[in-house]
Design a protein around this ligand. Structure first.
Ligand code: NAD
Length: 243
């Protein structure tokens, strides 16, 4: 398969390695300093584009790919406030889009566990819940896209929670009874830790996912590119994982 990359940072490099290992070719690489490559014959010849850039630039790349008939896989986080606009453009162009705030298969399973735990906790209101996420100091957005997706999963299952209250771990915000607090820390080069903790006066129950590196995300993104080839519509991990 011919893959074009937009964004050649930490994720772009990791994706290149895994795509080559899986027998694909990288026909074009676009980064901040060569945006003109988007119009190149090589870029436009790609079967699928994989995009990992920044919250401010991702949506313009989606629009460009939809308008040029290029299926696009993206993992850029921090742009979801524009989700409806993106879906409108995709539909108008009959485009193909695969988005995941976290491409890790392990995180996907963790989310299923978290939703199940939240459902059980509807019958046990002596427990309060909070989340912690820890990432490397270079991460621009907080809370992480993964923390937000996990939190949405909890809100959709746990009737007593209705809002998300993100804060930096140096702050101590007042969290309302229906609020789900997310404490965000930025430390060293941590690839990504998400912890969900239910606490009562008598005990606590925690589940945690800890990524060991970026390979899991990159592998998932390449699998998504393979999945997306030849399809039309908007897809996510649930479609690819089948549960
Ligand atoms: P990074 O800072 O290492 O790389 C981003 C790259 O995008 C840089 O090389 C930068 O020059 C490039 N860029 C910026 N503006 C551009 C533009 N207009 N055109 C082309 N390239 C441009 O960051 P990263 O660690 O590779 O992460 C990128 C994004 O992916 C972030 O939003 C991060 O949160 C997200 N991420 C998602 C997952 C997932 O599984 N979904 C996993 C890891 C990271």
């Amino acid at each position: 398969m011919k893959i074009a990359l937009i964004g050649y940072g930490k994720m772009g490099h990791e994706i290149e390695k895994i795509a080559l290992q899986r027998g694909h070719s990288i026909v074009s690489i676009v980064d901040r300093d060569n945006p003109e490559a988007l119009a190149s014959e090589a870029f436009l010849s790609a079967d699928v584009v994989i995009e990992f850039t920044t919250p401010d630039t991702a949506v313009q790349h989606y629009t460009y790919c939809f308008e040029h008939g290029l299926p696009i896989v993206s993992g850029t986080t921090g742009w979801l406030a524009r989700r409806e606009e993106v879906e409108r453009v995709r539909k108008a162009c009959d485009g193909a889009f695969f988005y995941a705030s976290n491409f890790s298969v392990g995180v996907y399973i963790f989310d299923l566990m978290s939703r199940h735990l939240a459902r059980l906790m509807n019958a046990h209101d002596t427990y309060d819940v909070r989340m912690e996420e820890v990432h490397h100091i270079h991460k621009k957005d907080h809370p992480s896209g993964t923390a937000l997706s996990l939190a949405e999963g909890i809100l959709s299952e746990l009737e007593r929670k209705a809002t998300i209250v993100p804060f930096l771990d140096s702050e101590t915000p007042a969290i309302p009874a229906d609020g789900l607090g997310i404490a965000c820390s930025r430390e060293g080069e941590v690839p990504g830790i998400h912890r969900i903790r239910y606490e009562s006066d008598i005990d606590s129950i925690s589940i945690e996912h800890s990524a060991k590196g970026r390979q899991g995300f990159a592998f998932g993104a390449v699998l998504a590119a393979e999945y997306l080839k030849g399809k039309k519509g908007t897809f996510g991990m649930k479609d690819m994982m089948g549960v």
